[in-house]
Design a binder for this molecule. Structure first.
Ligand SMILES: [Mg+2]
Length: 259
Protein backbone atom coordinates (compact mmCIF):
# COMPACT_ATOMS: atom_id res chain seq x y z
CA UNK A 1 0.00 0.00 0.00
CA UNK A 2 1.27 3.48 -0.83
CA UNK A 3 0.54 6.63 1.07
CA UNK A 4 2.23 9.98 1.45
CA UNK A 5 4.55 10.31 4.41
CA UNK A 6 5.38 13.67 5.98
CA UNK A 7 8.45 12.18 7.56
CA UNK A 8 12.06 11.80 6.50
CA UNK A 9 13.00 8.88 4.29
CA UNK A 10 14.76 7.32 7.26
CA UNK A 11 11.58 7.38 9.36
CA UNK A 12 9.48 6.24 6.42
CA UNK A 13 11.68 3.15 6.10
CA UNK A 14 10.65 2.27 9.66
CA UNK A 15 6.96 1.95 8.73
CA UNK A 16 6.02 -1.62 9.67
CA UNK A 17 6.04 -3.79 6.56
CA UNK A 18 2.92 -5.67 7.48
CA UNK A 19 0.39 -5.93 4.70
CA UNK A 20 -3.02 -4.61 5.65
CA UNK A 21 -5.59 -7.38 5.12
CA UNK A 22 -9.03 -6.68 3.65
CA UNK A 23 -10.73 -8.32 6.62
CA UNK A 24 -8.75 -6.93 9.56
CA UNK A 25 -11.91 -7.19 11.67
CA UNK A 26 -10.80 -4.35 13.88
CA UNK A 27 -12.31 -0.88 13.91
CA UNK A 28 -10.49 1.01 16.61
CA UNK A 29 -7.24 1.16 18.55
CA UNK A 30 -6.93 3.04 21.83
CA UNK A 31 -3.51 4.13 22.99
CA UNK A 32 -2.25 5.31 26.34
CA UNK A 33 -0.14 8.50 26.12
CA UNK A 34 2.52 8.67 28.85
CA UNK A 35 5.32 6.11 28.43
CA UNK A 36 3.45 4.64 25.45
CA UNK A 37 3.61 7.49 22.92
CA UNK A 38 5.71 9.94 24.92
CA UNK A 39 8.79 9.14 26.98
CA UNK A 40 7.15 10.76 29.97
CA UNK A 41 9.05 9.09 32.80
CA UNK A 42 12.42 10.15 31.41
CA UNK A 43 11.20 13.74 31.08
CA UNK A 44 9.65 13.74 34.54
CA UNK A 45 12.64 12.13 36.13
CA UNK A 46 15.09 14.60 34.58
CA UNK A 47 12.95 17.58 35.58
CA UNK A 48 12.57 16.36 39.16
CA UNK A 49 16.29 15.68 39.48
CA UNK A 50 17.04 19.19 38.22
CA UNK A 51 14.66 20.64 40.82
CA UNK A 52 16.01 18.81 43.87
CA UNK A 53 19.59 18.03 42.86
CA UNK A 54 19.30 14.25 43.20
CA UNK A 55 18.07 11.41 40.96
CA UNK A 56 16.80 8.79 43.41
CA UNK A 57 13.35 10.16 44.29
CA UNK A 58 11.40 9.39 41.11
CA UNK A 59 9.74 6.25 42.56
CA UNK A 60 8.45 8.35 45.47
CA UNK A 61 7.11 10.95 43.04
CA UNK A 62 5.38 8.23 40.99
CA UNK A 63 3.79 6.70 44.09
CA UNK A 64 2.48 10.05 45.30
CA UNK A 65 1.21 10.86 41.81
CA UNK A 66 -0.86 7.66 41.69
CA UNK A 67 -2.33 8.41 45.10
CA UNK A 68 -3.26 11.97 44.21
CA UNK A 69 -4.61 11.15 40.73
CA UNK A 70 -6.95 8.66 42.41
CA UNK A 71 -8.34 11.52 44.49
CA UNK A 72 -8.96 13.58 41.33
CA UNK A 73 -10.78 10.69 39.70
CA UNK A 74 -12.85 10.21 42.85
CA UNK A 75 -13.86 13.87 42.46
CA UNK A 76 -12.26 14.93 45.72
CA UNK A 77 -9.67 17.25 44.13
CA UNK A 78 -9.22 19.43 41.06
CA UNK A 79 -5.97 19.07 39.14
CA UNK A 80 -4.44 22.36 40.32
CA UNK A 81 -5.01 21.41 43.96
CA UNK A 82 -3.75 17.91 43.28
CA UNK A 83 -0.50 19.23 41.78
CA UNK A 84 0.05 21.53 44.78
CA UNK A 85 -0.77 18.86 47.36
CA UNK A 86 1.36 16.24 45.63
CA UNK A 87 4.32 18.62 45.68
CA UNK A 88 3.79 19.39 49.37
CA UNK A 89 3.59 15.66 50.17
CA UNK A 90 6.72 14.98 48.16
CA UNK A 91 8.76 17.77 49.73
CA UNK A 92 7.47 16.66 53.13
CA UNK A 93 9.02 13.23 52.48
CA UNK A 94 12.27 15.08 51.79
CA UNK A 95 11.89 16.78 55.17
CA UNK A 96 11.01 20.16 53.68
CA UNK A 97 7.81 21.95 54.72
CA UNK A 98 6.60 24.57 52.23
CA UNK A 99 3.64 26.94 51.91
CA UNK A 100 0.92 26.50 49.30
CA UNK A 101 2.47 29.35 47.33
CA UNK A 102 5.92 27.78 47.35
CA UNK A 103 4.47 24.40 46.35
CA UNK A 104 2.63 26.00 43.44
CA UNK A 105 5.82 27.77 42.35
CA UNK A 106 7.79 24.51 42.56
CA UNK A 107 5.14 22.75 40.44
CA UNK A 108 5.09 25.47 37.76
CA UNK A 109 8.86 25.32 37.43
CA UNK A 110 8.89 21.51 37.40
CA UNK A 111 6.13 21.33 34.78
CA UNK A 112 8.00 23.78 32.55
CA UNK A 113 11.13 21.64 32.80
CA UNK A 114 9.17 18.47 31.99
CA UNK A 115 7.84 20.08 28.81
CA UNK A 116 11.40 20.86 27.73
CA UNK A 117 12.12 17.13 27.77
CA UNK A 118 8.94 15.77 26.13
CA UNK A 119 9.91 13.33 23.41
CA UNK A 120 7.97 10.95 21.16
CA UNK A 121 9.35 7.42 20.94
CA UNK A 122 10.85 6.65 17.53
CA UNK A 123 8.38 3.83 16.81
CA UNK A 124 5.24 5.95 17.35
CA UNK A 125 4.78 7.86 14.07
CA UNK A 126 5.39 4.85 11.78
CA UNK A 127 2.87 2.83 13.81
CA UNK A 128 0.26 5.61 13.74
CA UNK A 129 0.76 5.97 9.99
CA UNK A 130 0.20 2.23 9.53
CA UNK A 131 -2.97 2.32 11.64
CA UNK A 132 -4.26 5.33 9.70
CA UNK A 133 -3.51 3.62 6.39
CA UNK A 134 -5.46 0.59 7.67
CA UNK A 135 -8.48 2.82 8.25
CA UNK A 136 -8.51 2.18 12.00
CA UNK A 137 -10.03 4.86 14.23
CA UNK A 138 -7.76 6.00 17.04
CA UNK A 139 -8.38 7.24 20.56
CA UNK A 140 -5.91 8.36 23.20
CA UNK A 141 -6.96 7.11 26.64
CA UNK A 142 -5.22 8.72 29.61
CA UNK A 143 -5.49 9.03 33.37
CA UNK A 144 -3.74 12.42 33.41
CA UNK A 145 -5.38 15.83 33.20
CA UNK A 146 -7.16 16.81 29.99
CA UNK A 147 -5.72 20.23 29.27
CA UNK A 148 -2.22 18.96 29.95
CA UNK A 149 -2.55 15.90 27.72
CA UNK A 150 -4.22 17.73 24.84
CA UNK A 151 -1.44 20.33 24.90
CA UNK A 152 1.11 17.52 24.88
CA UNK A 153 -0.48 15.84 21.86
CA UNK A 154 -0.70 19.20 20.06
CA UNK A 155 2.87 20.22 20.89
CA UNK A 156 4.25 16.90 19.67
CA UNK A 157 2.19 16.86 16.45
CA UNK A 158 0.14 13.81 17.47
CA UNK A 159 -3.37 15.30 17.77
CA UNK A 160 -4.15 14.85 14.08
CA UNK A 161 -4.09 11.08 14.42
CA UNK A 162 -6.73 10.84 17.14
CA UNK A 163 -10.49 11.01 16.64
CA UNK A 164 -11.02 11.15 20.38
CA UNK A 165 -9.09 11.78 23.59
CA UNK A 166 -10.58 10.09 26.68
CA UNK A 167 -9.53 11.82 29.89
CA UNK A 168 -10.06 10.12 33.27
CA UNK A 169 -10.94 13.36 35.07
CA UNK A 170 -13.57 14.20 32.43
CA UNK A 171 -15.05 10.71 32.15
CA UNK A 172 -15.15 10.27 35.94
CA UNK A 173 -13.36 6.94 35.75
CA UNK A 174 -9.70 6.04 35.37
CA UNK A 175 -8.09 3.00 33.79
CA UNK A 176 -8.55 0.12 34.57
CA UNK A 177 -12.24 1.02 35.13
CA UNK A 178 -14.18 -0.37 32.12
CA UNK A 179 -16.12 2.88 31.89
CA UNK A 180 -13.24 4.86 30.40
CA UNK A 181 -12.57 2.18 27.76
CA UNK A 182 -16.27 2.00 26.91
CA UNK A 183 -16.51 5.79 26.64
CA UNK A 184 -13.63 5.80 24.15
CA UNK A 185 -15.27 3.05 22.07
CA UNK A 186 -18.61 4.89 22.09
CA UNK A 187 -16.92 8.09 20.94
CA UNK A 188 -15.33 6.19 18.05
CA UNK A 189 -18.61 4.43 17.21
CA UNK A 190 -17.51 0.86 17.80
CA UNK A 191 -18.19 -1.98 20.21
CA UNK A 192 -15.48 -2.90 22.74
CA UNK A 193 -15.03 -6.24 20.95
CA UNK A 194 -14.04 -4.32 17.82
CA UNK A 195 -11.27 -2.42 19.61
CA UNK A 196 -7.85 -2.97 21.11
CA UNK A 197 -6.14 -0.89 23.79
CA UNK A 198 -2.36 -0.56 24.02
CA UNK A 199 -0.42 0.79 27.00
CA UNK A 200 2.67 0.47 29.17
CA UNK A 201 0.85 -0.52 32.38
CA UNK A 202 0.03 -4.24 32.51
CA UNK A 203 -2.84 -3.90 34.97
CA UNK A 204 -4.30 -0.47 34.22
CA UNK A 205 -3.92 -0.68 30.44
CA UNK A 206 -3.77 -4.21 29.04
CA UNK A 207 -5.51 -6.34 31.68
CA UNK A 208 -8.08 -3.60 32.31
CA UNK A 209 -8.89 -3.45 28.60
CA UNK A 210 -9.37 -7.23 28.44
CA UNK A 211 -11.78 -7.13 31.41
CA UNK A 212 -13.67 -4.34 29.61
CA UNK A 213 -14.13 -6.57 26.55
CA UNK A 214 -11.43 -5.05 24.32
CA UNK A 215 -8.25 -6.68 23.15
CA UNK A 216 -5.41 -5.80 25.50
CA UNK A 217 -1.81 -5.21 24.44
CA UNK A 218 0.90 -4.57 27.03
CA UNK A 219 3.73 -2.43 25.70
CA UNK A 220 6.64 -3.80 27.71
CA UNK A 221 9.39 -1.48 26.51
CA UNK A 222 11.75 -2.49 29.32
CA UNK A 223 11.44 -6.28 29.19
CA UNK A 224 9.59 -6.68 32.48
CA UNK A 225 7.44 -9.52 31.12
CA UNK A 226 6.09 -11.53 34.03
CA UNK A 227 5.77 -15.30 33.72
CA UNK A 228 2.43 -15.38 35.54
CA UNK A 229 0.93 -12.57 33.50
CA UNK A 230 -2.66 -12.57 32.27
CA UNK A 231 -2.67 -14.91 29.29
CA UNK A 232 -5.37 -12.89 27.54
CA UNK A 233 -2.93 -10.00 27.26
CA UNK A 234 -0.69 -9.71 24.21
CA UNK A 235 2.84 -8.45 24.89
CA UNK A 236 4.99 -6.34 22.59
CA UNK A 237 8.33 -4.69 23.28
CA UNK A 238 7.82 -1.82 20.82
CA UNK A 239 5.04 -0.27 18.75
CA UNK A 240 6.75 -1.55 15.61
CA UNK A 241 5.39 -4.97 16.65
CA UNK A 242 1.78 -3.80 16.99
CA UNK A 243 0.66 -4.20 13.33
CA UNK A 244 1.71 -7.84 13.16
CA UNK A 245 -0.04 -8.59 16.47
CA UNK A 246 -3.22 -6.90 15.28
CA UNK A 247 -3.18 -8.79 12.01
CA UNK A 248 -2.11 -12.18 13.34
CA UNK A 249 -3.78 -12.45 16.73
CA UNK A 250 -6.42 -9.86 17.41
CA UNK A 251 -7.80 -8.49 14.17
CA UNK A 252 -9.92 -11.17 12.59
CA UNK A 253 -11.16 -12.63 15.86
CA UNK A 254 -12.22 -9.24 17.17
CA UNK A 255 -11.76 -10.58 20.69
CA UNK A 256 -8.70 -11.33 22.82
CA UNK A 257 -6.98 -14.56 21.83
CA UNK A 258 -4.50 -16.14 24.25
CA UNK A 259 -1.01 -16.85 22.94
MG1 LIG B 1 1.32 5.09 30.55
Amino acid sequence: MEFASPFSSETYEAVPRVEIPDDLGLRAVCLDIDDTLVDFSAAGRRALAAMIGRDDMWPVWERLTELHVARVVADRLDYASMHRQRTKSFLDELGVAVSDEDAARFERRRAALVQCHWDVYGDVLPCLEWLRAAGIALAAVTNASGAHQRKKLDTLGLSRYFGHVAIAGEVGAAKPDPLIFHSACAALGCDPAEAVHVGDKLEADAAGAVRAGLGGVWLDRHGRCESDRDTDVQVISGLDELPSVLVADLGRAGVPVPR
